[in-house]
Design a protein around this ligand. Structure first.
Ligand SMILES: *[C@@H]1O[C@H](CO)[C@@H](O)[C@H](O)[C@H]1NC(C)=O
Ligand SMILES: *[C@@H]1O[C@H](CO)[C@@H](O)[C@H](O)[C@H]1NC(C)=O
Ligand SMILES: *[C@@H]1O[C@H](CO)[C@@H](O)[C@H](O)[C@H]1NC(C)=O
Ligand SMILES: *[C@@H]1O[C@H](CO)[C@@H](O)[C@H](O)[C@H]1NC(C)=O
Length: 502
């Protein structure tokens, strides 16, 4: 999903060397980069990774390299659990032809369909995708050879962006019912096998499921594992929770809607149970959105705990960058009172806006301190989103056959691996137990103002104060370029009629 107004913070890149395919799983290793010019360089030579080249087209999200056509053309594409089509910008698209001087253009690659002998148009003018931020891509549906993580798929259906304002393609791995063609034809009979479904059809994996390990904000690698789980990438046990349909009778699943049922703020000075008129809150787990978006009443309590303030200039809640040293955390409860809890620490929630010379607060209580974006923002209406600032702290298994998510606390920086494939189509998530009392998710806790006992503990960063080593690594880019979008219009349309609580 391409999310709301979010901050570009980095990208994961395919590390082709570590791609793995076989025994019923396909693993796509992804490496995190702070900015786009790094991945341009990485594509040429990994050992020039740390060199800085200014490029103002930075975008958020997680990226990986794929190969397309015959002979193969390498393109770096954004991984997105919130949309369901693979699409690539055409080298004929105006956005890709902008400049020969290194400015603009499609630095992550574009697809020259004329030079692929296996390229076949299957839906002329039928590809049309639009995201919540108003960006869009239009063109043809086509089939061609697609290589990902060491696996080769013949006859993969994809979109060719001929008229688009987005300079990179996406790999949407969401529900097939959320494909752009379904929204455009208003008919689920136009569904085609998208990437995870096609992988099953081709016998590469056993069931339509994958696991996503984004890893630490400060780490350099993560991965997506199709068809299996990696038991060394999380702590404790995986707990299965229900994904709710976006539409009832018949049930149609278009997004990873789960239910946020509690939120606690915890620090050395105490703990607070935060409240919202909206509980239980349907939230979309969305790897294509950089920040997280919660209802206004809940967001303002979270901001009060950590001393974040809303900046009308950036249209974001911001806070001093020093707050990444705060030892407080938020505990997200999903799927009912005994459901999984994911703790998100402050160092995962304080996001640099720019390179070394960060903007500073010009007035007020934080005058002179460096401004960072806060990882939890407010939004007025559904869909509320748990984006990368939440997802990095969780290991998440998406099971699109049983409509369940398996979730556990991530094991940051784990270097071990123990891959367990799903044994068959429709098999439940391996090594996972179901959350016991999900029927109670409809219980609405009383709305009371918390006492903010945890707040002093959040605000005390003195004991752990250190210099921000990462700051110098970041490139400067304009706030205006930080839009990371992701919810397709299909979801928005269906999502407005969300009937999951009956
Ligand atoms: C290729 O995929 C399209 C769309 O899914 C399908 O209609 C067609 O039959 C496939 N062709 C082959 C040769 O598999
Ligand atoms: C993970 O590794 C990164 C990079 O080495 C480091 O900055 C970070 O603190 C590590 N995270 C944890 C939780 O150990
Ligand atoms: C998460 O936070 C809750 C609430 O403070 C605590 O009970 C639980 O042990 C924490 N879980 C982990 C894995 O640290
Ligand atoms: C977020 O909160 C700020 C401050 O209360 C408000 O001005 C802004 O309109 C809110 N944004 C949304 C999307 O509700």
């Amino acid at each position: 999903m391409r999310g709301h107004n979010a901050v570009t913070i980095g990208a994961l890149l395919a590390d082709a060397v570590n791609a793995y395919s076989g025994n019923g799983v396909v693993q796509w290793d992804i490496q995190r980069s702070q900015r786009k010019e790094e991945f341009n360089r990485l594509r040429k030579r990994a050992d020039t990774f740390e060199e800085v080249v200014t490029n103002d087209q930075a975008r958020g999200g997680y990226f990986a390299t794929c190969r397309l056509g015959t002979p193969g053309q390498d393109l770096t594409l954004q991984l997105d659990t919130g949309s369901s089509d693979i699409w690539v910008p055409s080298s004929r698209a105006a956005v890709c032809r902008q400049s020969r001087t290194g400015e603009g253009g499609c630095g992550l690659g574009s697809f020259n369909s004329d030079s692929s002998t296996s390229f076949t148009v299957v839906g002329e003018g039928n590809f049309d995708i639009e995201y919540l931020d108003g960006s869009s891509s239009k063109g043809d549906y086509f089939t061609d050879v697609f290589e990902i993580g060491g696996a080769t798929l013949q006859n993969m259906t994809m979109g060719l962006g001929i008229s688009t304002d987005i300079a990179n393609g996406l790999v949407g791995v969401g529900y097939a019912a959320n494909e752009a063609i379904v929204g455009n034809t208003r008919s689920t009979s136009s569904v085609y096998p998208n990437l995870p479904v096609h992988m099953v059809n081709e016998g590469l994996i056993n069931t339509v499921a994958y696991s996503l390990w984004l890893n630490d904000l400060d780490a350099s690698s993560g991965n997506i594992l199709f068809g299996g789980i990696d038991t060394e990438k999380y702590q404790g046990d995986l707990t299965r929770i229900t994904i709710y349909p976006t539409q009832r009778d018949p049930d149609i699943y278009t997004a990873f809607y789960v239910v946020l049922t509690s939120l606690e703020a915890v620090s050395s000075s105490g703990r607070d149970t935060l409240t919202s008129e909206q509980f239980p809150i349907p939230v979309v787990l969305d790897s294509g959105t950089t920040l997280s978006y919660l209802p206004n009443d809940l967001a303002s309590q979270i901001w009060k705990e950590v001393g974040a303030v809303y900046s009308s200039r950036y249209q974001l809640a911001v806070l001093p960058c020093d707050m990444q040293n705060s030892k407080g955390y938020f505990s997200f409860g999903l799927g009912g009172p005994s459901g999984p809890r994911i703790n998100v620490t402050m160092d995962e929630l304080v996001i640099d806006l720019t390179a070394g010379n960060a903007p500073t607060f010009s007035s007020g209580q934080y005058q002179g301190q460096e401004v960072c974006a806060f990882g939890i923002q407010n939004f007025t209406n559904s869909p509320y989103l748990l984006g990368d600032t939440f997802l990095r702290s969780a290991y998440v298994v998406y099971d699109l056959v049983n409509n369940e998510v398996g979730i556990a606390a991530t094991d940051f920086n784990s270097t071990d691996s123990n891959i367990v494939p799903f044994p068959s189509s429709g098999a439940p998530i391996p090594s996972a137990t179901v959350a016991p009392d999900q029927s109670e998710v409809t219980n609405r806790p009383a709305f009371t103002s918390p006492g903010f006992a945890a707040s002093p503990g959040f605000l005390d960063t003195s004991a752990t104060r250190n210099e921000n080593a990462a700051a110098g690594m970041l490139a400067a880019f304009g706030i205006g370029q930080m839009m990371v979008v992701g919810v397709t219009m299909v979801l928005t349309a269906l999502g407005s009629g969300l009937f999951f609580i009956t």
